[in-house]
Design a protein around this ligand. Sequence first.
Ligand SMILES: CC(C)C[C@H](NC(=O)C[C@H](O)[C@H](CC1CCCCC1)NC(=O)CC[C@H](O)[C@H](Cc1ccccc1)NC(=O)OC(C)(C)C)C(=O)O
Length: 332
Amino acid sequence: ATGSAPAVPIDERFDIAYVTPVTIGTPPQTLMLDFDTGSSDLWVFSSHMPPFQVRGQEIYTPDESSTARLLEGHTWSIMYGDGSASRGNVYVDTFAVGGLTVLNQAVQTAQQVSASFTSATNIDGLVGLGFSTLNTVRPESQLTFFDNAKASLDNPVFTADLKYMAAGTYDFGFIDRAKYTGEITYVPIDPDPGYWIFTSSGYAVGASSNFSATPIIGIADTGTSLVYLPTAVLTAYYRQVQGATNSRSYGGYVFPCDSALPSFTFGVGEERFTIPASYIRYAPVTEGSATCFGGLQSSSELGINIWGDVALKAAFVVFDSRSPPRIGWAKK
Ligand SMILES: CC(C)C[C@H](NC(=O)C[C@H](O)[C@H](CC1CCCCC1)NC(=O)CC[C@H](O)[C@H](Cc1ccccc1)NC(=O)OC(C)(C)C)C(=O)O
């Protein structure tokens, strides 16, 4: 089996997150979920939430699904890197995305979500694509939809083709030759922490002229909007940007929106990937401001480097869960 579904930016001005249509239950209920390689819970806005916490999101109503079954005595509670949180109980139901159907998928129904989820009106929940060891359901943790689907997939892989201010694609079970050029460069993944962690071979400010071969260990995370890298890398980059400062009030590097920006190149093995300056001129700090927030930010407070959407949309990325798992990067 294989599947293919669109990854649609939730905001037409900035690619802050991407959502993908899925159906849950019988008859099918359609929700738009954020496919997130940085976590491993499949949770949805649901009929079990207080109505004031729902602001336009689609909800899953298990009572209206003939195939829904409560997973007795199981609960979940999750807190993400940005401080947003949600918790609730668990059903098992039919889950389908892009033509791929998983029977008996654990669907975590929210009973409470934090204010930031309520205000993210275009996100109806998340589909974790991290390793199932990160799943927060207790007393028995549950498998991700990808882990449940894996045995029936033609290949145990999924790919991310995210795009700058346009809809991209998540493919499951196959690698679409038409979505990339040249060859795919694979590097090993350390699955133990539960993230898609790999080592980048280095970086260059601008094109790959003055490449610095310094290993950068980080996670490939479709659920994080920006790129978070070590301070040394950031100072090397923003030194080249007129008027750039690391602003405490804005919580990161900002610069005049009309400043010239170099591109940013990162290495995967011998291959070099360049993030265009337009992706790094991420967004005005507030609507209409002449000060822009950078798409490259510091990882010093995170304890981990993150290759988020700003980097992922510069490549075609293969998440390969064969044994041992590996990640592949190709130009497009
Ligand atoms: C609980 C663990 C098992 C897993 C957990 N994983 C993570 O925190 C990483 C994971 O990818 C989570 C997944 C996201 C949680 C919030 C909703 C959207 C998905 N990423 C995150 O927690 C990182 C948060 C994102 O970067 C936000 C997302 C966002 C989306 C829409 C509106 C506002 C903000 N963007 C965001 O803040 O963009 C700015 C900086 C431009 C404002 C962890 O490591 O703690």
